[in-house]
Write a protein of this length. Structure first.
Length: 259
């Protein structure tokens, strides 16, 4: 089945020059826009190498964080759910992407007030949809998602993201049907007790946000010990520089919608 990582398409959005004003959990400096464009191009190439047909959307100057398209929609094999971002400045991004989603999916659902949820807090595996309560996703958002998915053969499980982590998937990603790449601090919560877990190496926690897309794991550069660990485990990795997106809390999963 492998519906959690076998894909044919991806939606991306080019960064706008306003991205330097994007939100950030910790301020480690402004991103370099020119480098971000180069990295985005290489990211798209990596997706194509993995087999993706890419739908690239234009930049949105009025929405600095809009290149992080993942937060706006949960794309599943048979439906899409429009999110309701917990960051007020990002609410309009959902409206901007809605017409594209309507062209691609027959079944479209929506999170409504007072629910708040960003797809960066959602990890879909073969057996369940894990949703991390966080500063961007509230209990009502989790409740609505569970209700919406109850008729679509998806089991939703709420977990809790540690306070010092922005999104649930900041610290984890799917490697295969049974295996999660995860930081030690997130594993300590017990949320992955049913899975095989490969921990990021100490000091390389930012490597946890990767993408399994068909046969490739698309992985951020700069984490050699974790890279070697995954290669020894038999995974085929494609590295992409993420230095600029990381300044805005962005990772490999944030930059695309995969379906």
């Amino acid at each position: 089945m492998h519906r959690s990582y076998r894909f044919s398409h991806a939606i991306t959005r080019l960064p706008s020059e306003s991205v330097v004003n994007g939100l950030r959990f910790d301020d480690i400096g402004n991103p370099n826009f020119e480098q971000m464009l180069l990295d985005h191009e290489d990211y798209s190439l990596a997706l194509r190498e993995a087999g993706a047909e890419i739908i690239q959307l234009p930049p949105l100057q009025n929405f600095p964080d809009s290149t992080f398209v993942e937060d706006t929609v949960l794309c599943l094999s048979n439906l899409a759910i429009l999110m309701r971002p917990g960051a007020p400045s990002r609410t309009g991004e959902v409206t901007e992407i809605e017409s594209t989603i309507k062209e691609l999916f027959d079944n479209i659902l929506r999170i409504e007030k007072p629910g708040l949820i960003e797809a960066g807090d959602i990890l879909t595996t073969e057996t369940e949809v894990l949703v991390g309560r966080s500063s961007r996703t509230n209990g009502e958002g989790v409740k609505q998602l569970a209700q919406l998915l109850s008729d679509w053969d998806y089991s939703v499980r709420e977990v809790f993201t540690p306070e010092d982590i922005l999104h649930f998937k900041t610290d984890c990603s799917l490697l295969d049907a049974e295996t999660i790449l995860c930081t030690k601090r997130l594993e300590a919560t017990g949320c992955f007790s049913k899975y095989n877990v490969i921990n990021t190496c100490d000091g390389e926690e930012a490597a946890a946000n990767a993408i399994r897309y068909n046969d490739f794991v698309i992985f951020p550069t700069g984490f050699p010990r974790t890279l070697e660990k995954l290669q020894k485990a038999g995974y085929l990795l494609r590295e992409v520089n993420n230095s600029e997106c990381a300044k805005l809390d962005g990772g490999m999963s944030c930059l695309s919608l995969r379906f």
